[in-house]
Design a protein around this ligand. Structure first.
Ligand SMILES: Nc1ncnc2c1ncn2[C@@H]1O[C@H](COP(=O)(O)OP(=O)(O)O)[C@@H](O)[C@H]1O
Ligand SMILES: [Mg+2]
Length: 332
């Protein structure tokens, strides 16, 4: 039910001078759900999250978070949400524990509660040992975890995570995924932005793909893959001289012309896994020996390429040499 949803955005538009950052974004996150807002750099992810977390006002459109209008009741919205930005908002000169205390003060929480909650969060985020060291001695992954822990000090029911793993090494990324999964299992609603397909695929039940401030696709990873179609069978024949015969034999199950690369044939098909059985039967009937046969479904990368016309980033950028402050933002 729309009214009951944790986040509902309708027709969000945001202009920065001449720049149209958002051009009519619709978005719903049901309670307890993880939605992935997937898009390349400059797509409008951060702008969306900033509007939903009341840091920016939309030029047009409206949004409700936790049942409250973001423009009419920003204080109620803020009380219900946690926000972790694209860049860790950690005070380098404070220890991990002091950073958490600072956030507790911002939320006017009692000292006793903050003390207990901090200890709990530091344990959970694997920061207990480093708790009394200044954050400037932390690795990139530890800073992100501390940043996320800070946003959880007041136990928000809705969490906005803006590119929580951008710039992290693969191991820290996995750690972050684990923590996010824990949060979701505890019932937290999460809207997560990412430029990584794999991350959306791993964490999000529902994926909203945006580009140039517009929603260009929406659905589960499977639905998105189905949308562009494009299953194909890849067959390698043992005898190069029989490639032509094999293409001829397979023609009845193909939905378009096959392409051939050495002894390997790529045949576009539809019909799911039974088509594989048909292919094997046809080849067997012509005594063509097959060394390998596999049905390939499109990947989320294929989806992204087909929707946006450009390839998504699949690997994080290498960590900057001079810490996060040295990181250069790439704009597309
Ligand atoms: N404060 C701002 N002033 C001017 N342009 C902005 C501002 N914030 C964002 N933009 C522009 O809006 C577009 C969307 O930006 P953003 O929401 O940060 O994208 P993403 O987070 O997906 O990388 C980009 O073209 C960006 O340059
Ligand atoms: Mg951003």
């Amino acid at each position: 039910m729309a009214n009951d949803a944790a986040v509902v955005a309708e027709g969000l538009v945001k202009h920065f001078g001449d720049v149209v950052a958002l051009d009519g974004i619709d978005l719903t996150v049901e309670r307890g759900q993880v939605v992935g807002l997937l898009g390349p750099n400059g797509a409008g992810k951060t702008t969306t999250v900033r509007i939903l977390s009341t840091l920016l006002q939309p030029t047009a459109g409206s949004a409700r978070v936790a049942g409250f209008d973001v423009e009419k009741h920003p204080d109620d919205v803020r009380r219900a949400i946690g926000l972790t930005g694209q860049y860790a908002a950690v005070d380098e000169y404070l220890t991990g524990r002091e950073n958490l205390r600072m956030f507790g003060d911002l939320y006017h929480l009692s000292a006793r509660y903050v003390k207990e909650r901090s200890t709990e969060l530091l344990e959970w985020f694997d920061l207990a040992e480093a708790a009394d060291r200044p954050a400037r001695t932390y690795s990139g992954g530890m800073r992100r975890r501390l940043d996320l822990a800070s946003s959880l000090i007041a136990k928000p029911s809705i969490l906005f995570l803006d590119e929580p793993t951008t710039g992290l090494d693969p191991r820290s990324r996995l750690g972050m995924w684990g923590v996010i999964t824990d949060l979701v299992n505890e019932g937290t609603t999460v809207l997560l932005t990412t430029q990584y397909l794999e991350e959306a695929d791993q964490l999000a039940q529902d994926i909203v793909v945006i580009d140039h401030g517009r929603v260009i696709a929406h659905g589960t990873a499977e639905v998105l893959k189905d949308q562009i179609g494009g299953d194909r069978i890849e067959i390698s024949v043992s005898d190069a001289a029989r490639v032509g015969d094999a293409v001829g034999v397979l023609r009845p199950i193909g939905t378009a012309d096959a392409s051939v690369d050495g002894t390997r044939i790529l045949m576009p098909v539809t019909g799911g896994s039974t088509v594989l059985v048909d292919a094997i039967r046809l080849l067997d009937g012509s005594s063509i020996e097959v060394s390998d046969i596999v049905l390939r479904r499109p990947t989320l990368d294929d989806v992204f390429l087909s929707l946006t016309g450009h390839v998504a980033e699949t690997e994080p950028a290498p960590p900057p040499a001079g810490g996060r402050r040295g990181r250069k933002e790439k704009q597309s």
